[in-house]
Design a protein. Structure first.
Length: 275
């Protein structure tokens, strides 16, 4: 939609005291209101684009749907700017007949920020969700030499990051290192939802035999999202939290952190790593 970046004039101050005015590219951040059968469910701050994937991934990782066939339709609606043009910031999805609507206990409290997707949960009891696609039995084994290349491969797929420097990324890889899909977003959880939504729409959920690579830290919510899609291996360039490692171990997922320059820490599921 041509809304991934925005230009803004800045004053550049150098260490040597020089001053220069120039335009700078910023990653676009806009709200997306997700409605289910006309009822508002969540508002998230995201980078526009791949919104239908985002909706599918979000509903998958919240346990609302388990396949693309669980949604009958998706359309933008009821969101116009001062000139009457559609802003594409409200997406309404229709559940297929027989699919249960989201439980009210899972609804977000008002909105989700781009940095945290789980902090708006209405109840801590709703944080741990039961996955339809447990990764525990996935027999995939991945060479460490392959895992070590994934941060660079993901970075190569970050086209918007090159111009803005302000986006997170997630990429889904096969066990041999082949990239299946990569997505960028101002919200790390949104990037993961877009990747998993893409997989769902392609009929690839559960995502058996894959590695999900993320550009930031491995938070509890990212592990939870990966578990909900059946991801057997999650790798991150930064640290996991204690709760993220606990959930990964409980779910039978392999969790790798601090993955940089071919080195990293395997926190859980080391049996899947070929050294």
């Amino acid at each position: 939609m041509g809304r991934l970046t925005a230009r803004r004039p800045v004053l550049r101050l150098g260490a040597d005291g020089t001053q220069r005015r120039r335009p700078d590219s910023l990653a676009v951040e806009e709200p997306l209101e997700l409605r289910v059968d006309g009822k508002p469910l969540s508002v998230t701050m995201r980078t526009p684009g791949h919104d239908v994937e985002l909706a599918h991934g979000f509903l998958l990782t919240e346990g609302v749907i388990g396949s693309a066939e669980d949604l009958a339709a998706a359309r933008y609606c009821d969101s116009v700017d001062a000139e009457g043009r559609n802003t594409y910031n409200v997406l309404d999805v229709a559940l297929a007949p027989g699919v249960e609507p989201p439980d009210s206990s899972l609804e977000r409290n008002f909105y989700t920020t781009s940095s945290c997707g789980v902090c708006g949960k209405a109840s801590l009891d709703a944080v741990k969700l039961k996955s339809r696609f447990s990764p525990a039995g996935d027999p995939v084994r991945v060479p460490w030499s392959t895992i070590g290349t994934l941060p660079d491969r993901l970075r190569e797929a970050q086209r918007v990051f090159d111009s803005t420097g302000g986006l997170h990324a997630a990429g889904l890889f096969r066990a041999d290192g082949e990239l299946i899909v990569a997505r960028e977003d101002v919200g790390r959880h949104n990037a993961v939802d877009k990747v998993l939504g893409h997989a769902l729409l392609a009929g690839g959920v559960p995502v058996a035999g894959t590695v999900l690579m993320v550009s930031g830290r491995a938070s509890f919510e990212l592990v939870q999202k990966a578990v909900m899609a059946g991801v057997p291996v999650l790798a991150a360039v930064s640290a996991p939290s204690s709760l993220a490692a606990e959930l990964a171990a409980e779910a039978g997922m392999t969790l790798v952190g601090f993955l940089r320059d071919g080195a990293g820490n395997v926190y859980t599921g080391s049996q899947r790593i070929e050294v």
